[in-house]
Design a protein around this ligand. Sequence first.
Ligand code: IDC
Length: 371
Amino acid sequence: MKKAVILLLMCAMLTGCETGAASDVSVQTTEQITVTAAETISIADEASAEATQKATEISAEETTKTTEVSETEKTESTPVAYYGEIITDGNKLVGKNTGETVRVTGMSFFWSNWSQKYYTADYVDYLVDDYNCEIVRCSYGVQDNGVPHDKSCEPLIEDVIEQAIERGVYVIVDWHSHGAHNNPDEAIAYFEQLAEKYGSYDNVIFEIYNEPTQVSWDTVKAYAEKVIPAIRKYSDNLVIVGSPTWSQDVLLAADNPVNGENIAYTLHFYAGTHKQWLRDNADKALEKGIPLFVTEWGSVNADGNGSIDRTSTEEWFEWMDKNNISSCNWAVNDKDEGSSIFKQDSILSETGKYIMELIRERTENAEWRGN
Ligand code: IDC
């Protein structure tokens, strides 16, 4: 604590201390220090003198709306320890341990071929400790011909999976492709070995096709029915399937669901572009009995850019709150575009601050924390 107070003083002296920077040292021992009722600074405890400028700090005006959850509470339970495996139950997703509806909220990493610097255990810690994420999503960059852009991300994805397991949060591994059906064999080979290695952990969720574009549902369904059996050799964990038109045509899936067990469907929305009509579609799909999971959403336009559409984002959150829909926001990245949560390395963008607040509002009083 003494060291933390010194760091606090140092931090107070820094004029540029308004960023939400992720520490690139381990933040597993992070302490929460209440400065005033409205101002809380989280500072990595050990080995962090030189990392002070990088220690995560939330500015006073951001934290007036949030309630910090102490480290003690965080370590007492975790989403995965509490809920267990997420499984389907009709049109709902429930915890295997609790038998009750589960709703988890978190962040998606960016295309793994373009943003490898964020695929680290430290960023998982940052997302869990500072963003209060209950889930993270790895987006394995795959080209339209269904071949991975670059396999060098595979060990990094495993680092993220292993840290998610360590921290007790869920982790989606998404085959981030717009043309996966062109080469199911690549997906089969990847997911089969992944399921063998990690499929016994309740944390792991398999998303086998990010976003089919203009292909028929029959094509996507046939692809899913090839990939899922490879996963099922080793794991009964939740599998999430995309649908045509960038995973918006969930009604097509509802009319003719994929054969198999424990399968949910992803719904993707970008608040600046997608409005009530897409929620109406989603409502109909839910009514027809399929479970939905928003594995990717943006607060901006569908091209990933533009400014935050707060009104539309709030409408979407009202809908997700009402229907207990789990979600991951796009994206953990610092590309100069509206959807990036960082503007550079680990300095939060305006979007990053906004999304952090939204996630915290959903997760700080979650059931698994003992509420
Ligand atoms: C976008 C990135 C953008 C990149 C583009 C490449 O934000 O920087 O140039 O991919 O295709 C999705 C996709 C996701 C998109 C995102 C925004 O899943 O890959 O990322 N988006 O366009 N679906 C709807 C929107």
